[in-house]
Design a protein around this ligand. Sequence first.
Ligand SMILES: NC(=O)c1ccc[n+]([C@@H]2O[C@H](COP(=O)([O-])OP(=O)(O)OC[C@H]3O[C@@H](n4cnc5c(N)ncnc54)[C@H](O)[C@@H]3O)[C@@H](O)[C@H]2O)c1
Ligand SMILES: O=C(O)[C@H](O)COP(=O)(O)O
Length: 642
Amino acid sequence: MIIAADRFRNVFPLVTKLTTYKKISPEQIRHQFPLSSRTLSKTNISITMATYASSILLSLPSSLNKSNLSWKLPLNISFPRHHHRRRVPPVFVIVSMDAKPTILVAEKLGEAGLDLLKGFANVDCSYDLSTEELCTKISLCDALIVRSGTKVSREVFESSGGRLKVVGRAGVGIDNVDLTAATEHGCLVVNAPTANTVAAAEHGIALLTAMARNVAQADASIKAGKWQRSKYVGVSLVGKTLAVMGFGKVGTEVARRAKGLGMHIIAHDPYAPADRAHAIGVDLVSFDEAIATADFITLHMPLTPATSKILNDENFAKMKKGVRIVNVARGGVIDEDALVRALDAGIVAQAALDVFTIEPPPKDSKLVNHENVTVTPHLGASTTEAQEGVAIEIAEAVVGALRGELAATAVNAPMVPSEVLTELKPYVTLAEKLGRLAVQLVAGGSGVNAIKVTYTSARAPDDLDTRLLRAMVTKGLIEPISSVFVNLVNADFTAKQRGIRISEERVILDGSPQKPLEAIRVQIANVESRFASAISDLGQIKVEGRVKDGIPRLTKVGDYDVDVSLEGNIILCRQVDQPGLIGIVGSILGEENVNVSFMSVGRTAPRKLAIMTIGVDEKPSKDALKKIGDISAVEEFVFLAL
Ligand SMILES: NC(=O)c1ccc[n+]([C@@H]2O[C@H](COP(=O)([O-])OP(=O)(O)OC[C@H]3O[C@@H](n4cnc5c(N)ncnc54)[C@H](O)[C@@H]3O)[C@@H](O)[C@H]2O)c1
Ligand SMILES: O=C(O)[C@H](O)COP(=O)(O)O
C-alpha cells in the first residue's frame, strides 16, 4: 500500500499501477508514523526509515527530476529482514515528490503575492493554526509567511527539523518572531518594511479626526436608539498643534497629511535630520517641549527599551490639560494604566488606539472600555492596497531568499564564512558597540547623516573585507533608535534609506599584518553631543576602540584617552581631577545596589580635566544619576547602554 499526502496526487497514477494507495494529510502521516528515524543519504535521494516496522518514508529532494523516477522502489532501500519473515507488505509513505519548495502562508495574504508564490512553490494557506498545528505543519515547509498575529516561537523553529529556511513577515514589526531562535536554526527572516507606511499614516489621521468628532461614540449611541447631538460636540483640528513623536516613515506621512488639515506640526525624534523636517515645514523639538505644547500627540516611534512606557504618569503630568492622543505604533510605548489615570483626571481628554500592550486586549480592559477612548483592532496596515503591496513585497523577498539571493529586507544575521567570522569576531563586536556608543552621544534634535569609519590596520586593503565591520557599525548606529534590524545584507540599504552616509577610510600601518586591525574609529559630523567632551577638535563626535587580548575596548572618547572594556553599561564623567572622587561616585552607586564592573580615569594632566569611565551592570536610577551630576567636580556626564 502507498500512503501519500494529497498534494502529490499528480504522481499517483504512476504509483497506483503498482499498488493501491490511500490519501492522507501530512499531519496524519506524521501522526501515524513516528519519524524519529535515521536518514540515509544515497546519491541525491534521502530515505528515512520510520521506526514503524512496516513503514518507509521517502523524502525526495526538490532537485530530483520526477521523470527520472523509475518506480523501481525501493531503489536503494533494503527492507528490515523481519518484513520478509512476517510477510508484511511494506507501506510506502511518500511525503515529497515535488520539484517545488513548500510555503506555508499562516495569515491572509493579498492575491498578487499569493500568485507570485504559486508560480514558484507549493503554497499551503492555513489560517488560525494553533501552536501545535503550526509546529506539526512546519516540518513539511521551506518557508513560512505571517503577519503580526502568529507567534513564530523557538518551538516552531525546533519543530521544523531544519527544513524551514525563510520566515517572511508581511509587514514591519517582527516582535512576533523569535529572531534569536531563527538565526540559531539558520533560518533567514525577511520583512516588508515600506508597503504599509501610507496605510498606517492614513489610519493615524482617521483616528485623529474620528476622535476629535466622537465618530465611534456617536455611531454606537445612535445605533442604541439615541439621538445625542449636544453630548457629542467635538473639537476642531485647524490651527491646533500636533506633536508627531517619531519622525520616521509613518510619522513623516502623518505630518504631511495633518498639515493639509491646517494643523501646526511639531515633531520629536532624536535621530531624524532637521533638514528633512524643515523641508516639509515641521520643527523638530525636544521631548518635553513636544508633549507640553501639543493639543494632539500622535505616536510613531518603535518599541525599544528607550521608548517602552514613554508616556507614563510623569510625562502625562507635563501635558496640556485636555490633550488628545493617537497611537498606531506599538501598545507598549504607553503605560496603559497611567493613561487610564490621566483620562480619569481629565489630563488626557481622549485617546484613539490601534495597538495594545497585549493583543487582543482583555475584554474587561479599563482602557478599551473607557468612554473617551476610541479603539481599533491593529488595523493600521489593513487596507486592500497596503495588503496587496505588502504581499508582493514579502512574496518577492521570500522567493528571492529561497532561490539563495541576498535579501535587502533581511532582518537577522546572514551566514558569514566561519573563517572570516572567527578572525573578525571581536572586531565585529567592537564595531557594533562603537556605533551604539556614538549614536547615544548625539544630542536630541541633531539628526545623524554623516558617519566616517576609520580602520587602522597593517593589512593591505584587499586583505581586509570591511563590509561586515561597516554593517556592524551601521547596526549599532541604527538599531537603538529604530524598529529596523540591520545585518550584513541590509546595512547599506537601511543606512541609505534613512539618509545616513557612511564613508570609510583606511590608515595603513607599517608592521606585521597578523592582526586584522589595530583600531576602529567612528566619527559623526554635523551634530551636537549630549557629552561635549566627545566632540573632537575637528568638531565631530569621535569614539575609538581596539581589541586587547580578544576583548573589545573603548580607547578614545573625543580627544581623551580612556581604556575600558566594552560591556554592560558605561557612565562617562568629565571632572576636575581630584582625590576621592572615585569613592564618592562608587558610594552613590553602591547605595543603589548598582554593581560597578570597572572604573578608569583618563586625564590630560594631574588635577586638570579628566574623563572618568564607570562600567555598571545595571542602569542606575534617575536619582543616582542626578546625584552624580550634582557632585561639584563633575562638569558633565552621560549614561550609555551597550
Ligand atoms: N498599527 C499598525 O498597523 C502599524 C503599521 C506600520 C507601522 N507600525 C509601527 O509604527 C512604528 C513606526 O514605523 P515606521 O515604519 O515609521 O518606522 P521607522 O523606523 O521608519 O520610524 C521610527 C522613527 O522613530 C524614531 N525614534 C526612535 N527612538 C525614538 C524616541 N525615543 N523618540 C522619538 N522618536 C524615536 C526613529 O529615529 C525613527 O525615525 C513602528 O513601531 C511600527 O511597528 C504600526
Ligand atoms: O508592524 C506592522 O507592519 C504593523 O503593525 C501591521 O501589522 P499587521 O501586518 O499584523 O497588520
